[in-house]
Design a protein around this ligand. Structure first.
Ligand code: ATP
Ligand code: MG
Length: 436
């Protein structure tokens, strides 16, 4: 079918790309809520220039999903049948990026607009290995929709006639609030195990259910998460925490046991019920983040290690019958951080940051011997992170609340320069040389 767009360009909108597949569902402008007013000018500019140059120009991915749900999209991605070099030629302010996916970036003062050429899923390799390593084969719009992860992420908004094009059943799933993998979830999760985490992320963030076959496949393939790039997995974990939707996501990770594969120590503490405060801590963290406060990645990782840390600390102190010495406490911190750092391949800087924050937190648990040591701690690296951790921990566990408050007000006084600096050690007297 072809229709006339506002600009008088004839554009094909709903012809099926492959005869065996049913035609996509196309929602005309009157039947959905996406208005051009909701799309930033730069994005419209790029869409229209592609269209006027004879190419297809679709808004795709999370932006269409979010606009249909009346949410504000994080970013607006564009898909087209123009090849990256053609996009490059159309926009002087563009560059081609990426080795794995060849994309064009159109650079505006307000930010970068990503324009991707329709791609298809590469075939299965000869050795039967499914992990996708090269995702750079160009394809049709339908193939591009089908290589995407979930049905709700595969919707297109066609600038030619302002219609929504749905090749994968995303509209129905948006309506039923379901996260459903496109295609066979057993295959799609093996191709890219990070999709399991994305399913959980979208379910918690949008408050959707995970569809049954998708859910079962996460349970079946949870261990394969360790085959994915540790950097991507770490980013996914951090995103849950950074964006303030960690509570539901961690509950789902426990239910599917994905967390057992990722951070077994934390999983163990949570299923045994010995760290109930952890759930309250995530709740407080999510709420605090949603109200605009930020935390460093070191704090986020340390939060995930707190149950393991306090468990070992309690055990150790109980068996010794006294508080640990600093050196021993640091050894304990390292023992708790090491397995997670190894599994998720932390860069050494991240590992150091987490270790330092946890150790500083341990030091804050005790009343300082004197004002000098109190000062020393406040100026220690990652003191702010340790204090933030202490706050989250004491508020959610009810432990050491008084101690936290004391440290908090002391740190504030130091910050406002209301706290006199302890007098330095009395300087050694220099004998004045007598004038001759
Ligand atoms: P957000 O609002 O967080 O940006 P998003 O849906 O836009 O959500 P992105 O990570 O920005 O997610 O990815 C853009 C689109 O690319 C997705 O909507 C999806 O269609 C596709 N996509 C992203 N990651 C994958 C993946 N691992 N496998 C298949 N498709 C993916
Ligand atoms: Mg996005």
């Amino acid at each position: 079918m072809t229709i006339d767009s506002e600009e008088g360009v004839e554009v094909e909108v709903s012809a099926p790309e492959q005869p065996t597949r049913p035609a996509p569902i196309v929602l005309d402008r009157e039947r959905h809520c996406i208005s051009r007013n909701l799309i930033p000018d730069n994005i419209l500019k790029v869409l229209y220039r592609l269209l006027r140059s004879g190419f297809k120009a679709y808004l795709c991915g999370g932006s269409v999903r979010d606009l249909l749900m009346s949410r504000t999209p994080k970013d607006f991605d564009i898909a087209t049948d123009a090849h990256p070099m053609q996009v490059r030629r159309l926009f002087r302010n563009s560059r081609i990026i990426g080795r794995r996916f060849r994309l064009a970036h159109v650079v505006f003062q307000e930010g970068v607009v990503e324009v991707a050429t329709f791609r298809r899923e590469p075939g299965v390799r000869d050795d039967g290995e499914l992990l996708v390593t090269d995702d750079n084969t160009f394809g049709t719009p339908e193939q591009d929709a089908r290589r995407r992860d979930f049905t709700i992420n595969a919707l297109f908004y066609n600038i030619a006639d302002f219609s929504i094009i749905d090749y994968a059943g995303g509209l129905a799933d948006l309506e039923s609030r379901l996260i459903r993998v496109i295609g066979d979830p057993d295959i799609r999760f093996r191709e890219d195990p990070v999709r399991m985490m994305r399913a959980i992320e979208f379910a918690s963030r949008l408050d959707f259910e995970i569809e049954a076959a998708t859910w079962d496949a996460i349970i079946a393939h949870r261990d394969e998460i360790l085959k994915a790039s540790p950097a991507r997995v770490s980013e996914e974990i951090l995103e849950l925490l950074r964006r303030g939707w960690s509570l539901d996501a961690f509950e789902l990770m426990v239910e599917t046991r994905l967390l057992e594969s990722l951070i077994p120590g934390l999983y163990g503490s949570l299923v045994s019920g010995e760290a109930e405060y952890f759930w309250r801590m995530l709740e407080v963290l999510d709420r605090t983040i949603q109200s605009g406060r930020q935390f460093s990645d070191g704090v986020f990782w340390a939060v995930l290690m707190l149950p393991g840390f306090f468990k070992s600390l309690d055990q150790e102190e109980l068996s010794r019958g006294e508080r640990l010495r600093p050196g021993d406490a640091f050894g304990l911190v390292r023992d708790v951080v090491a397995p997670v750092a190894a599994r998720l391949v932390f860069p050494s800087g991240v590992r150091h940051h987490v270790e330092q924050s946890l150790e500083a937190l341990w030091r804050l648990q005790e009343a300082p011997a004197d004002r000098k040591s109190q000062w020393r701690l406040v100026f220690r690296e990652h003191f702010g992170d340790a204090l933030a951790l202490f706050e989250l921990y004491s508020l959610s566990s009810g432990r050491s609340v008084e101690m936290f408050r004391e440290w908090q007000s002391f740190a504030r006084r130091v910050q406002r320069q209301e706290e006199p600096m302890p007098s330095p050690r009395s300087p050694r007297r220099r004998r004045r040389r007598r004038k001759a």
